[in-house]
Design a protein. Structure first.
Length: 619
């Protein structure tokens, strides 16, 4: 009955991690080389260094200490700098350190892919989408890097939370004469989601209906409305519950009335509300990457070292893995040391990316710990002089263990009151020649994808969330401020609520920067003019909302995931799309046209003035 056509363009974004790319290479015997690299993908760096040197990978060891941020920018692009350092070390026989200053890092490394989209949508009188045609173009820069996979994820997420009965989606990776763009938090999903959310807004405008109501009418639901365009059945679709809770917590209906009253009373200032859901698929879209290992070493004093394939870049993975290891092994966190990720301890690992670090490494760590516990169970029984069936272990047990005479906690005990500590069990195991180190391995089950056919189950599960953002725009300058942000986000059974809440808040603010203030500027010759935080504006305290209310969805256990948790790294980034929608509403309240992205004050002012120029009566 109705059709709309349109285009959209999402901008590039600089990672601006605190620690720039850095690598330290030390030549060894053999010959061999060890490289400490700020990388999310130690195995990837190992492959590149070995290829550059013409060596086998067994001659190269990559160690990834804690990084000062990464956001995807160190997934593939750290390998080339590790190779440069290694080449220098091997040829000089001396250690070599390579570290970029901020300007060089921005010039030499890639960013989030800018996308362009063209779309046509068909819908009925009630706003139900009946058909959608979308074509995407991703600016890859001069090399492919991860661009095909990023485009795939963008296509996977054009539907976002909405059922599309008839759809044709096409994507293109475009080579341009610019630095090679690469992974960035969200990995193409935000670029895809923006398209469908713009469509929802424009359909609502065309029909004169509430944008939230249009979104609700198009949500996934029971069969046949439960299947994504690529064939995956959604299962436990939680967006209706998330939206209902968000609407109640944020007082959506009252806010709508308040915004309308404010706008009617203020000719030079306008407010806008935006509310958008997020459905984010969790797993690497290349199925073979969904595997990882771990290696847990126990010493006879009852301490342990924890090795796994994940890297720490400030997201709290090491903390969560300590929690998993502590729970499964039954040893206090303070007695376990997380080791830097290294290719000689855990080989052939995927990058720490796709929000899957906790899911994959947590299960591998758990597997290693379970192996150790099963080896130590009969040793503990022998030490207590009882059968294994009578032994109660601290490992995997939520109950508080009894205290030993020295005040430390028991590791194994009986109902009769006998108890023994972990160190004593470890000594007895060593004396009995029981191995005190174990490897663990995990591969995500039941995921597959037929790329030529465009069908399959690429994701293990989905993470859900929704955000409401209220903004106020000055019509004389384009300056704006966020007044309130309310978020409800699904993290399953959170392993660490403080870390997860921090990821939600940080992801939202980083997404806010992408859509509103972070703008790369280039000279006519193609040189970057924005080469640091003095010229490339990331969100600061002034851009954070006065009210920033984050609620983690309750009673949200996720099946077949480590301790019922869900990934939280990338999905919250997409919640910031609600901010751009709110700015759009405020600009339209002035009689302006839809602003471009990023919606800087200059872009907002131009959108307001262009609309007034086209319709002078709007003043």
């Amino acid at each position: 009955p109705h059709r709309l056509m349109g285009t959209s363009a999402t901008p590039e974004q600089e990672h601006l991690y605190l620690e720039t790319h850095i690598a330290i290479a030390v030549p060894g015997e053999g010959p061999s080389v060890e490289v400490r690299s700020s990388t999310q993908h130690p195995t990837g760096a190992q492959v590149i260094v070995a290829r550059v040197l013409g060596w086998g990978r067994h001659q190269v060891n990559i160690i990834s200490p804690r990084m000062g941020g990464a956001f995807g920018g160190k997934e593939t692009q750290g390998g080339q700098w590790a190779a440069v350092a290694a080449l220098g070390a091997v040829h000089t026989g001396r250690p070599v350190k390579l570290r970029f200053d901020r300007g060089d890092d921005i010039v030499l490394t890639g960013r989030r892919h800018p996308f362009e989209a063209a779309w046509e949508v068909g819908y009925d009188d009630e706003g139900h989408l009946l058909s959608l045609i979308v074509e995407l173009w991703a600016d890859a820069g001069h090399a492919a890097d991860l661009s095909p996979s990023i485009l795939d994820r963008a296509l996977y997420h054009v539907d976002n939370a909405y059922w599309l009965p008839e759809v044709r989606m096409t994507g293109h990776v475009v080579r341009t004469d610019s630095p090679s763009n690469t992974a960035f938090r969200g990995f193409g999903a935000p670029q895809g989601m923006v398209v469908i959310e713009q469509i929802m807004e424009q359909v609502a405008d065309a029909l004169g209906l509430d944008p939230l109501e249009i979104r609700r009418r198009n949500l996934y639901g029971p069969a046949p409305r439960d299947r994504a365009p690529y064939g995956q059945v959604l299962g436990d679709f939680r967006i209706p519950r998330v939206l209902a809770e968000l609407e109640a917590r944020a007082g959506y209906r009252a806010r709508l009335a308040e915004v309308a009253a404010f706008n009617a009373a203020h000719p030079h200032r306008k407010r806008g509300l935006g509310i958008t859901p997020v459905k984010f698929g969790i797993s690497f879209t290349s199925s073979f990457l969904n595997q990882v290992g771990a290696y847990v070493v126990v010493y006879t004093d009852g301490t342990a070292q924890l090795n796994h394939g994940g890297t720490e870049m400030g997201q709290g993975l090491y903390t969560k893995m300590l929690q998993v290891c502590s729970h499964e092994l039954g040893v206090p966190v303070g007695r376990i040391r997380p080791m830097p990720t290294a290719t000689d301890k855990v080989p052939n690992t995927p990058p720490t990316a796709a929000s899957s670090g906790t899911d994959l490494n947590g299960q591998a760590v758990r597997a290693a710990c379970l192996t150790l516990v099963e080896r130590l169970r009969p040793v503990a029984a022998a030490a207590l002089g009882v059968s294994m069936e009578e032994v109660i272990l601290a490992a995997g047990n939520g109950a508080a263990p009894p205290a030993l005479e020295d005040g430390s906690a028991a590791w194994a005990w009986t109902k009769a009151g006998a108890a023994v500590g972990f160190a004593a069990v470890c000594v007895k195991a060593w004396m009995s020649r029981v191995p005190l180190a174990a490897a663990g391995y995990y591969a995500t089950p039941d995921i597959h994808y037929d790329r030529p056919a465009g069908r399959g189950k690429p994701f293990h599960y989905y993470a859900y969330g929704a955000a409401l953002t209220e903004v106020e725009v000055d019509g004389l300058t384009g300056a704006w401020r966020p007044r309130a942000v309310h978020i409800v986000h699904d993290v399953g059974d959170s392993l660490n609520p403080d870390l997860d809440r921090g990821q939600v808040e940080g992801g939202y603010v980083q997404g806010l920067g992408w859509l509103t203030c972070e703008q790369m500027v280039w000279s006519a010759e193609g040189h970057a003019l924005t080469r640091g935080p003095s010229t490339y504006k990331i969100p600061a305290v002034g851009e954070t909302p006065e009210i920033f209310a984050v609620h983690l969805l309750e009673h949200a256990t996720a099946p077949d995931v480590i301790h019922g948790s869900k990934a939280v790294g990338e999905p919250p980034f997409c919640l910031a799309i609600s901010a751009w929608m709110a700015l759009r509403r405020a600009v339209l309240a002035f009689g302006g046209r839809e602003p471009i992205m990023p919606a800087t004050p200059e872009a907002l002012l131009l959108a307001i003035e262009d609309g007034r120029a086209a319709s002078p009566s709007a003043d």
